[in-house]
Design a protein around this ligand. Structure first.
Ligand code: DAH
Length: 390
């Protein structure tokens, strides 16, 4: 019976050894001890065998080069299925006189292995920490990584600045739709049906809703004038910045989308002099004191008289240079006294009130102020250009 048991332990011990070999080479040694020990416990563990266990454990600990390997040796040497544990369990079969001595011997070996485990573990933890500190060092002197920060686009900065100039003298900001009817974009602004700007070669039409006169992407911010006057009684002091669309091919000074700001003042006794005074004030605020203006006659359907306003070239101060095409002047905006037809169409009485209006290109103002040679720089997403103006 004992022989049979011992053989089966041995066999199962070997089988297990093979299986564990592949995964835990350190533990495998211990399976031999375990197998041997089953034989021992069947009789009794000898002091010599205990000494061997300790020697083997100490050798395995020395061979262990990671904390994990130490844990494996420790579990194999001292765990529930270790020879030491088995030997302890076997004590109950030992004569009481010998039990004490053998028990103490087992405890001494266990204590010795435990302190060897602790010592080896301590050494390896320290070593691993040293390696870790050396390889995983944080350089506190490195600059932090900044998340990329957004910034207001240069054209939008100018947009806000020109709006501020006008709101600070009492103007209200108005807005209107970018998809506009031909009525507000042209008819209400006294633009005859035959006007060339209405042609599909100039204006982008869209199919939208039931508007027989046509729906389009607004070509100017001027329709906001008509919409505002229809909805509000005079006096009117509004500016209306916004996006406008034209069927233009992209070149240095044209893009199919750009930005304008419309201005409209309607009150009693408004004259061309008020227009000149207001725009001169605006130019001085925007370009700084000393900027000279001139007004040249022009034609716009919605103003009479109409003018275009020029300012002295900010680059050469009027002497003539490349920026101003050697004229000393830069064309800035269109303006004029609101045509009585426009007032009437909006429901105002031209005998009671009069007004002036102007339309200025915001992109153009930006190009002039910052000496940007190409309009398309604003729309290309080249960060090297845009980052200069944060
Ligand atoms: N809407 C004109 C354009 O896009 C600019 C303009 C000129 C607006 C004269 C006005 C004005 O209000 O009175 O070219």
């Amino acid at each position: 019976m004992w022989l049979w048991l011992a053989r089966s332990w041995l066999i199962s011990g070997r089988a297990e050894t093979k299986r564990l070999d592949r995964r835990r080479p350190v533990a495998s040694n211990w399976m031999h001890c375990l197998a041997a020990h089953h034989l021992i416990s069947a009789s009794m563990v000898s002091l010599e065998e205990l000494t061997n266990l300790q020697a083997r454990a100490e050798a395995d600990l020395l061979a262990a080069v990671t904390v994990g390997a130490v844990d494996v040796v420790s579990a194999a040497a001292l765990g529930a299925r270790s020879p030491i544990a088995e030997a302890r369990r076997g004590l109950r079969d030992v004569d009481p006189e010998e039990r004490r001595e053998l028990g103490r011997a087992i405890s001494e070996v266990a204590d010795a292995i435990e302190s060897a485990v602790r010592a080896r573990r301590g050494v390896l933890v320290a070593e691993e920490r040293t390696v870790h500190l050396a390889t995983d060092r944080v350089d506190m002197t490195l600059p932090g990584r900044r998340p990329p920060r957004g910034a207001v686009h240069l054209v939008m900065q100018v947009w806000e600045e020109v709006v501020d100039i006008f709101t600070s003298i009492g103007y209200t900001v108005a807005s209107g739709p970018e998809v506009e009817t031909a009525y507000y974009n042209f008819d209400a602004l006294n633009t005859p049906p035959t006007h060339p700007s209405r042609l599909e070669s100039d204006t982008l039409y869209v199919e939208y809703g039931d508007h027989p006169e046509g729906v389009l992407l607004r070509t100017q911010t001027s329709p906001v004038q008509a919409r505002w006057m229809e909805a509000h009684d005079p006096p009117v002091y509004i500016v209306s910045p916004g996006r406008v669309y034209r069927r233009d091919a992209v070149d240095a000074t044209h893009t199919p989308v750009f930005h304008q700001m419309e201005g409209l003042a309607v009150d009693e006794n408004i004259t061309f002099a008020d227009l000149k005074g207001t725009l001169s004030y605006f130019i001085e605020q925007f370009f700084g004191p000393g900027a000279v203006q001139r007004f040249l006659p022009n034609f716009f359907p919605f103003t009479e008289p109409s003018a275009e306003m020029h300012t002295s070239c900010h680059v050469c101060g009027g002497a003539g240079c490349r920026t101003c095409g050697a004229t000393g002047w830069i064309e800035l905006l269109g303006c004029g006294v609101v045509d009585p037809f426009v007032l009437e169409t909006a429901g105002y009485d031209p005998s009671q009130v009069s007004g002036f209006a102007f339309g200025v290109g915001i992109d153009r103002l930006t190009m002039i102020r910052y000496d940007v040679p190409e309009l398309r720089y604003f729309f290309d997403t080249d960060m090297r250009v845009l980052e200069q103006y944060q």
